[in-house]
Design a protein. Sequence first.
Length: 384
Amino acid sequence: MRRSLPGRDLRAVAVFMLRHIGDTLLSTPSFHALRAAFPSARILAVVNEGTQEMLEGNPDIDEILVFHRRLRSEGGFGRWKEEAALVRSLRAFRPDLSVNLTEGDRGAILSALSGAVYRVGVSPNRQGFLGKEFLFTHLCAPHDRYRHAVLRDLDVLAAAGIPPADLRLRFSLSGEDREKAVRILREAGIMEGRPFAVVQPTSRWTFKCWTEDGMAGAISHLADRGFASVITSGPASVEVAQAERIRSLAGGRAVSLAGRLSLKELGAVIVSARLFLGVDSAPMHLAAAVGTPTVALFGPTGAFNWAPWEGIDWGYSAQRKGGTRFVGRHAVVQEEWDCVPCGKDGCEGTKRSRCMEEISLEQVARAVDRILDGAAGPGVGGAA
């Protein structure tokens, strides 16, 4: 039976966001909505290892509990010891309310084990284990396919009567983070006051990547407009090597920080940039969070779910799912094909996406020019 929440008197709230880096950042408007609804409550975030930097320093969150997925995947006694320690930490927090922002089974089980009287989640819609829906006191209806991830998270809260507040993403940067970024850029040859763009050509999922020649051409286009380019990537050796090939193809018209930056350092570098150009990735969401104008390239994934977020619904629908779009300071470039987005990891099992590879340099250059010609200055909005 659904129970009414006791208003602003909740003492503690536990929120489960057991997904990837970008998903975790996109959940920050939901944490802000919880803080606005329950200003005196302690709020705990339970997240996967490697994603916690997205929430560190966020004033809406009091504690972060990290789920060590690697240790738990190894099995054996160590796994059960870690599982038990996580549950003990949850029980010690003594939440009155738990919120599982994903459809995942693990978050549902941990929500029940937390001891919270009020438990909010997403209707399993016949997915997951039998009886999963009975672990919750409040259920959000299955998500609309075309709804942005930020709004989907807020829909979960709405199922318990918790309204949205400020819809902007929140990523906290300290003065030390910003000073370190200035040093990193200076050492790479980018002096303060010099306009530059951050270019993120890589993803851990290769089917999300544009062509290396295309990215090199975009870097040359930026150079012709007087912008230096700073290439970034994840730490994996295959991503770093890809970034280096692109730098070489661009004739050295870019500097590379590929694989060298923590998430906080990356955010502090991006906040000083005039533009972010990249594929559908966590750094793209980070750019939107710190207020840097963004051109995002999409292929088989749904931009309606993952477009750079500025607190504005992009308005995707079944009638028009692709094509180049502009909202606020951001642009999405995506082919307007009947098969886009397919949600598959490449065409016919190749791990390569034709809808990405056939995006033209002209399409990207037009989007870059339009954003640069109408963009605000660096560091506008978003970063705390």
